[in-house]
Design a binder for this molecule. Structure first.
Ligand SMILES: [Mg+2]
Length: 249
């Protein structure tokens, strides 16, 4: 939209605590008005929970070592296993889903809440900002999260809702349920190709949670997916919400 403003960002933020990346923040700042935010939608695994699923091992178990390597090479940004098995025969597909479920169940046993998740959700509640959830995991996992940690998200869409991320459909569905514009909603997640892609396609504000510094600007360019913000913890989401947005339900 305003590439000039984007380029001026480093001068506006010599030492950003959070990492505003796109024009959105600079545009808002340059006219001294904040963007209205009415809702936040979270990814679950690796965002609201500490990552416990060994995805590489899961993909190898589903695809077999050789096929895994081949597909990995063709998709350097990551494998979309659900999409990949959709074209398989029903029998093969059923087996694949069983393997995936098994990995996910093992993950559930070790489920841990992401540090800062409770505080961030408490803060959103204090501002009456809506909280939604979109995951490619199953409903059972979402139910367990709600139950175990006592933090509810509504709507909370699991992979039973089709099409799933990176399709924008689940996010658009949440926006229409809330009766808010996608541009008034932030999508927060740890996957560039699923969460940021879903958010951008829906027209929402996007925030990539990159705890380990896995992503750099070359990844954004390569996939043509640049999040509006990049943070390394949920605590940073809290501060960027306070700094750059008008939190008005
Ligand atoms: Mg995730």
């Amino acid at each position: 939209m305003h590439s000039l403003l984007f380029k001026s960002l480093p001068f506006l933020h010599p030492k950003p605590r959070c990492f505003p990346i796109s024009h959105l923040t600079t545009t808002a700042m340059s006219v001294n008005t904040k963007t209205r935010l009415r809702g936040v939608v979270f990814d679950m695994d690796g965002t609201l929970t500490v990552p416990v699923i060994d995805f590489a091992a899961m993909y190898k178990a589903v695809l077999g070592e050789t096929e895994y390597r081949r597909i990995r090479q063709e998709n350097p940004s990551g494998i979309d296993i659900l999409h990949h098995i959709e074209s398989w025969s029903p029998d093969k597909q059923r087996n694949a889903y069983e393997v995936i479920l098994d990995f996910e169940r093992q993950g559930l046993e070790r489920l841990k809440i992401m540090p800062g998740a409770g505080e961030l959700c408490g803060f959103l509640d204090s501002k009456k900002i809506r909280r939604g959830l979109i995951t490619r995991n199953v409903k059972e996992a979402v139910d367990l999260y709600h139950q175990r940690f006592g933090i509810m998200f509504s709507p909370a869409l699991s992979r039973e809702f089709r099409p799933y991320k990176p399709d924008p459909a689940p996010l658009l569905h949440i926006c229409s349920t809330w009766d808010v514009q996608p541009s008034e909603v932030m999508m927060v997640g740890d996957s560039l190709k699923d969460d940021v892609a879903c958010g951008k396609r829906a027209g929402a504000i996007t925030c990539l949670l990159d705890e380990k510094g896995r992503y750099g600007s070359s990844d954004f360019t390569k996939l043509d997916l640049e999040p509006d913000f990049k943070v390394s913890s949920l605590a940073e989401v809290h501060s960027l919400l306070e700094t750059y947005f008008d939190l008005m339900p």
